[in-house]
Design a protein around this ligand. Sequence first.
Ligand code: NOJ
Length: 740
Amino acid sequence: MKLTENIPFANLSYRLTLILLLNLHLLNAQSWTDVKIDSLINLMTVEEKIGQLTLFTSDWATTGPSIRGNYLDDIRSGKAGNIFNAHTSAYNAKLQKVAVEESRLGIPLLFGYDVIHGYKTIFPIPLAEAASWDLVLIEKSARIAGEEAAAGGLHWTYAPMVDIARDPRWGRIAEGAGEDVYLGSQIAGARVRGFQGDDLAAPNTILACAKHFAAYGVAQAGRDYHTVDISEHTLWETYLPPFKACVDAGVTTFMTSFNELFGVPASANQYLLEKVLRDTWHFQGFVVSDYTSINEMVNHGFATNNEEAAKLALNAGVDMDMQGAVYYDYAKDLLMNGRISEQTINMSVKRILQLKNKLGLFDDPYRYSDDQREKEIILSENNKAAAREIARQSMVLLSNKNQTLPLKSTEKIALIGPLVDSPIDMLGSWHGSGQASDVISILKAFTDQTTNFQYAKGCDIEGSDTTMFDQAILVAKNADKIVLVAGEDFTMSGEAASRAKIRIPEIQRELLKRLVALKKPVILVLINGRPLCLPWETEHVDAILEAWQPGTMAGPAIRDVLYGEFNPSGKLPVTFPIDEGQIPLYYNMKNTGRPMDPNQKYTSKYLDMPNEPLFPFGYGLSYTTFQYSMATVDKTEIERDDSLNFKITVTNTGHVGGQEITQLYMRDMFASVTRPVKELKRFEKFYLGPGESRDVKFTLSIEDLKFYNQELNWEAESGTFLFGIGGDSNTDLNIRVNLK
Ligand code: NOJ
């Protein structure tokens, strides 16, 4: 038999064994797996190698500006080794069969997809999940998403998105964990562990992808894809840590970002891809470009044409080209002309084949296509129960005057708004293969479980049609309390969905004003993918529940919270400004040389707006109240090898049980590089029954006092540190510690 014969993939191991016999000399230097992979690479033509570096979207969905023609031919000829936006066990098995049985070498395809917050059982958007501050649940959500995706024939998710985002106009703030470095890093690690599990070879785990590397969230003016211009310090201090947390959690792939950094587009950025990722962090997996981001280097004015763009990206270490077809079109010529080396190509091919191997695809390319498993796992009762639980844990009670919430079953409720019966909008952006028909809407949940309510739509999400107002007013007049469900539709956040005005759309605000004028208790339930500016609403309505985009189980989860069957405990992972003019606004800003003083003109403030946000980072109410004792620390003078042990007693002083999220903040008072006024250092979430108390303890070490100094070295400097513990980022820093 000729080694290059077109034989079924099932024979590949046999074939590789033969090859191996011919390459025995390699065995001394390399592991068994490496030998197999190197042998396979030796067998490949240049086109086949480039095929492994090529990723095309199927025609099932497009998540970018263009699709190619017949990708089946490319799979057959070995020119497309990876496919995204194709899913389901059966369809992917069909494509896999073409690769395995009809391509010359039978190398299995890798199937990727944006499984961002669920595959078919859709969980709350990532920003919402971050509001739960519940790392166990967040990991579980990613685990279930990974299991469902794997059952749907997928090997690889383009998640987690770990971009720190401090500009709520940016639509993709919905996809991340918010504004904070510490919380964001913890969540990044949890998500990677969730998707990848303990064993990539297990058929229910998938590759995770840390994206978008790096600083994509700093798009100027919050406009998607816009220029990024930050200092190296800010990059290291704020934007890189969540990526590092992914590496520490064993993430296997990285995706570059669309933006430039230090004037160099991320997809050719050697500083990021070589210096940081490979040399400093020793990342071993592969790097994929974002969708046509290599080609876009021409528009950036960085590469003169696509061929040069391909060269720059390959040489910078972008192993796989997503949809741009620039490796497909130009890599061979570049190699022939000596503008890229064979070693570069081989290295990238190897990284990709290694992960295909780790997934077990060389043993059984169809192991992710099991129709029976797909039926059992996807949208199972267990998965839906988890989605409901995480959705409840994600909701944030922003205001609750006179204990308007929870609702009582005896009260007559007017349930109003365009989002009450809008299943698709519960799913948010990037909802995988989630279907509106699988969503339990708010109306459905009320209809199933509540008798004492009347519904009126009131208006559309946007537009100027007020004809439904009257019916809503009629329903409201007949009720004891009014619940208005308002906010954004699912297309108003996510990619290419920046908004300059982050308000509830005007027509819904008008309706709200009419309802408030009735002088009955009004509860505003928000459905949205970003912080909104709500100054009027906060002043005039009685209660606000931030429900975000809660996913498949939106209705039951929202109803649970409104009726007090679940006591809300979420805390904001991102600041809510009063007005867009304050953006960027985040809690751990610097002090400036002229910190705000309302009585001094020449200080850092606005003439027409407070500096403070509407709702600060870390904030969220409960149906009960928590009292904090004075925090204590075991030492106020420390040496470098000491640890600091903090303690505070938290008491539930209300009449119902509830969860609190206690947060420890720090300020380094003086340093060779200025430090933020506050940094979150630890948090703990716990449940307390009515009247119950708990001692919350936090331990910090010298590591927690470190920062990047002027030479960008990670160090702690002697001096004074302030600490404070409380229920949000407004916490006073009243403990003083001196580091010798
Ligand atoms: C572009 C987005 O930026 C990225 O996050 C996504 O994974 C790809 N498109 C694929 O859909």
